[in-house]
Design a protein around this ligand. Sequence first.
Ligand code: GLA
Length: 399
Amino acid sequence: MPDAASTALARALAAFAARFGGRPATLARAPGRVNLCGEHVDYQDGLVLPIAIDRDCAVALRPASDGRWRIWSEDLRAFAELADPAAADAAPRATGGDAWGNLARGVLAGFVREGVRVPPLEIAVASDVPMGAGLSSRAAFAVAVATAVADALSAPLFGLPLARLCQEAEQRFAGVPCGMMDQVTSALGKAGHALLIDCRSLDVRFVPFPPPERAMLLVVDSGEHRSLADGRYAERRRETEDAARAAGVAMLRDLDESALRSMRLPQLLERRARHVVREIQRVQLAANALRREDLELFGLFMAQGHQGLRDDFAVSTPALDAIVDEARAIGAAGGAGGARMTGAGFGGCAIVLADAAKPRVQERLAAGVARRTGREPAIMRVTAAAGASVLPPTRWPGA
Ligand code: GLA
């Protein structure tokens, strides 16, 4: 939420003062996201249904007078030297401990490609979005940096074009061939709403998320953190592209299940395609269920989605399955309406849509998951929050 209570904002401001001295020219924030339905379909032109969450990455930024482009990460306690963004497209990417700066480098290079002159900059970043947990900490980082840069340089870049620039930075500078869901959600999120995004037309509709008195969304950390740059995400994306090619369509969005069944694709490709085709269909139905506040039906779609991700798409893990199984064991009677993994998978988090009238569900979930996995899980309650924004100085923490 764009208010002074956000610790990321306060930490970014304090870090800026400590590392660069004085106050920044701009303070901006962008949220992480949780995807409710539509997993691994954005890069096949599918439909997705995420929410921006009330956990932010905050960026404090000011033009620098020392001729350098430098960024400080308060969470990593490290500087990265970004080099001149006008030359960044040709410059080698940093490796090892400095590699985290590549995404910021990619964002600045994106502004240069848009024809914006990017002067030397001092940037401090602090984030409340857990890293490597499937909550889009990287999209929040990229969108927050881009939002701050656009404001400080008066560059007319926001909304979808800004999200596209951040996606390209991820693809070109960090080597992750991601879709656009995370960046669009972080840029365009709306408090109290999910986003129904058509990843083909980039049409975005807002679907009211049930009020906090009715539903609570719990994010349960599997404890397995991972990087999407390790190749498994890219492998899944490639498999879906192979499946589309074998099926003779441009994108799996163009396929329906009966056509797929009649094609007899190689087994692995058929399973990957089956998940994508079913999941795209499910998103529209899930959005309608959410709109009607039919949480029971919505929970059913969550369960079906998880099954597809586990069995056909093979991106779940035993720890994620344990969370989902425990939620199912508690059941609607105990307050756990539906559960699934969220994000790319291979670790990260599962989400549980819970009945707000039964607050004990969180305790039961923690105990049950600990029993199944031998590890007490971190659980956080999230709400649907607003997308990226720049804070006027009157609303800076401590103002
Ligand atoms: C990651 C990517 C997204 C999307 C999800 C899976 O979060 O960044 O583009 O593909 O995985 O749904």
